[in-house]
Ligand binder design. Structure first.
Ligand code: ATP
Ligand code: MG
Length: 411
């Protein structure tokens, strides 16, 4: 028996309505903020992610699905931002009116250890806004994520906010970090020991218990911001306050990707287990330029759809009423089948969800099945109904029957 690849999922018809409901809210909220949908290739040149995500990140160092295609090295997209930035540059969109606002709902691929809330193919709702570097832009992106959680009714999702500064304040902070971690070189995991000289900021994001314990006592970015970054962060907080969006300033948030500058944030769902970050994002003012485009600021987030589902389940908000047929047409005898099919065809053409028997059930079994589907009405067609052109329409709620003209009745 061939089984699906570890860490992938089958989403069956009784589960897709929940996905569609959540994705519908994401699309509607993105629309309200003026974000347009972008659809991108599933795979890109590996180089895009090495440069766009950063070669000292967990994603690039450990998690990418990379393969050769002739002379090219290709990678299944592990995230969306680098691809959107590439598309912006490649399609010359940096020449259009700013800001450029994009959203996507797509699967991403990371070779990690599968567990609840962590799969190897996962689904992300992402947004990116280019060419807007004000605190108001940061507040707008955060407000969009918050609006999705509000619409979904999730009350226990908390916004954690931090600033990691810019290239101007980074050197001093890097120095302080290197000093802190160097005192613990012997205790660090192999990856972190290697990253210490290349990018000590990454060590703040390591998930190994020892490294994260050392990281807890590390210097805080917010204490090392240059005056511009400090003013930006302060103004963002004021915008969020004015919008009524609650947050906590959390110095442990640094984000896993290399291209972040200034604002970084995560939405954390309490009570859904270890994988509780339902959304992560931040400002990436260096990204477009590092991919060969012009100097252009950017900010965005990625929201994990299956983690949102875990949060909805935990809050008891994950049940979606199945769609029920308006009419079930039961048939008695072979002659009724084409009549039932043609009636169903007409009513579907008029917009109704109509079912009729396709497995040759007995009349009794058909009525039982109609009940199971939760049909609003049933109609029984047999030889005498076909002859008279009239049939009994039964209202399944109150069992009331009324005679209808088969050729003309409407639902
Ligand atoms: P984590 O720290 O949980 O590994 P991350 O920092 O690697 O997250 P991002 O790259 O910021 O994650 O991705 C944005 C969002 O996508 C995450 O906040 C999470 O909700 C979701 N996500 C990331 N990786 C996975 C995965 N393997 N399975 C399911 N959802 C994921
Ligand atoms: Mg990760």
């Amino acid at each position: 028996m061939i089984q699906k690849i570890k860490g992938t999922m089958d989403i069956l018809p009784d589960e897709t309505p929940l996905f569609r409901y959540i994705e519908g809210i994401m699309r509607e909220e993105a629309q309200k903020f003026g974000f347009g949908e972008i659809r991108l290739p599933t795979f890109e040149l590996t180089e895009l992610f090495v440069r766009g995500v950063g070669d000292t990140t967990d994603v690039v160092q450990k998690e990418m699905y990379t393969f050769r295609d002739g002379d090219d090295s290709i990678t299944l997209r592990p995230e969306g931002t680098a691809g959107v930035a590439r598309a912006l540059i490649e399609n010359g969109k940096y020449g259009d009116t700013m800001p450029q606002k994009y959203y996507y709902i797509m699967s991403c691929f990371r070779h990690e250890k599968p567990q609840a809330g962590r799969t190897r193919e996962f689904f992300q709702f992402g947004t990116e806004m280019f060419g807007a570097d004000t605190p108001a832009a940061d507040a707008t992106i955060i407000a969009l994520a918050a609006a999705v959680f509000r619409r979904l009714g999730l009350k226990n999702v908390k916004l954690h906010l931090n600033s990691i500064g810019c290239p101007a304040c980074r050197p001093a902070f890097r120095g302080a970090l290197t000093e802190h971690f160097s005192a613990h070189t012997g205790e660090l995991c192999d990856t972190c020991r290697d990253r210490l000289s290349r990018n000590p900021l990454r060590l703040l994001d390591c998930k190994s218990p020892i490294c994260s314990a050392i990281a807890k006592k590390a210097p805080r970015t917010v204490d090392h911001l240059c005056p511009d970054c400090a003013a930006h962060f302060d103004a963002l907080c004021k915008c969020l306050d004015a919008m009524g969006i609650d947050y906590v300033v959390d110095p442990s948030i640094v984000r896993g990707l290399d291209y972040y500058t200034r604002t970084v944030f995560e939405f954390v769902a309490e009570g859904i287990g270890a994988q509780s970050t339902v959304c992560g994002g931040g400002r990436y003012d260096g990204l477009v330029e590092s991919l060969g485009g012009p100097k252009l600021s950017g900010i965005g987030f990625g929201m994990g759809i299956t983690r949102v589902i875990l949060a909805l389940e935990q809050a008891g908000l994950a049940t979606i009423e199945p769609v029920r047929p308006r009419l079930y047409i039961a048939t008695l005898g072979d002659a009724a089948v084409p009549v039932a099919l043609s009636l169903a065809e007409r009513l579907r053409g008029e917009g109704a969800y109509v079912e009729c028997d396709v497995v040759g059930r007995s009349l009794k079994a058909q009525m039982k099945y109609a009940n199971k589907l939760g049909a609003d009405y049933t109609l029984i067609l047999g030889d005498s109904e076909i002859e008279s052109g009239k049939a009994a329409l039964r209202d399944m709620k109150n069992s009331e029957q009324s005679e209808v003209d088969i050729a003309n009745f409407k639902l």
